[in-house]
Design a protein around this ligand. Structure first.
Ligand code: SAM
Length: 275
């Protein structure tokens, strides 16, 4: 018997029922079962034939199918063993262009599984979305691009401008390494089961040249101190790093508060910390 192709696969709801699978809350499982939505995310990611994509948390494989339909090769990391047989069926329908890794994405060596340059496209589990993003922004593996679904509130914090309420550490670190833009909003009802909050897709593209690792490390220190006490003036919140003298060295007003300092201003402070 020949294997079905991607076009022959049954609807995702049927596949879940056939494998007797229900969402498990402890894995942050909220599925996208509408292929129109997952195809839109795949389009927004810009990936296509010849690209390698890492997907964290494929679950029932709705986004995975859409990524495979573009002609890309997908390496998917899923922690929940129950989904592996279903994903193997999907791999067979895509001429083996899907490689499945069962494990925790926080522990997997992404560079090793990608085997070369790769894009990251995922509907991330909410409980580990931010630590995963920080790993990809600051760790050794640098994706070619990232198209990632987060809780809307987290997506806004990544892409925030200095005047926005959501502006803080995550915006400064993300936007030092990448350009960051919210490209799609999704209501909770788009997911099965629906989460308590709305979601959004952020697209991040690494800036060239890549910032120095030491600068990013210094920036993490400065932003932790400054936004840890965001209502205080920088001369006071940055006391442990040099306070007023540090601000003056960086050309930043020591009486200003963290939320009024733009990304370039924080980079100047980080350079001053580096000496
Ligand atoms: N991509 C699917 C979709 O859009 O329908 C599922 C998304 S669901 C929000 C998150 C997925 O991540 C689940 O399949 C869950 O089992 C998986 N997951 C949770 N924690 C994980 C981890 N640490 N590493 C890898 N996968 C994880």
């Amino acid at each position: 018997m020949t294997s079905p192709t991607l076009a022959d696969l049954p609807p995702l709801r049927e596949v879940l029922a056939e494998h007797d699978l229900l969402a498990n809350k402890s894995f942050g499982q909220h599925f996208l079962l509408d292929l129109n939505i997952t195809r839109k995310i795949a389009r927004l990611s810009g990936v296509g034939e010849g690209d390698v994509v890492i997907e964290v948390g494929p679950g029932p494989g709705g986004l995975t199918r859409a990524l495979l339909e573009t002609g890309a090769r997908v390496v998917a990391v899923e922690m929940d063993k129950r989904f592996i047989p279903l994903l193997e069926e999907l791999s067979a329908a895509a001429d083996g262009r899907l490689t499945i890794i069962q494990g925790d994405a926080l522990k997997v060596d992404m560079a090793a599984i990608a085997g070369g340059p790769a894009h990251m496209v995922s509907n991330l589990p909410y409980n580990v979305g931010t630590p995963l993003l920080i790993n990809w922004l600051t760790g050794p593996f640098r994706p070619l691009s990232m198209t990632l679904m987060f809780q809307k509130e987290v997506a806004d914090r990544i892409a925030a401008d200095v005047d926005d309420d959501a502006y803080g550490r995550l915006a400064v670190v993300s936007q030092t390494v990448c350009s960051a833009k919210v490209v799609m909003d999704l209501p909770a009802r788009a997911f099965t089961p629906p989460p308590k909050v709305a979601s959004a897709v952020v697209r991040l593209v690494p800036l060239e040249p890549a910032p120095d690792k030491a600068l990013v490390a210094a920036l993490e220190k400065v932003t932790a101190a400054a936004f840890g006490q965001r209502r205080k003036m920088l001369r006071s919140s940055l006391k442990g790093l040099g306070g007023g003298a540090l601000c003056e060295k960086a050309g930043i007003d020591p009486d200003a508060r963290a939320e009024t300092i733009d990304v370039a201003g924080f980079q100047a402070l980080a350079r001053a910390v580096m000496g």
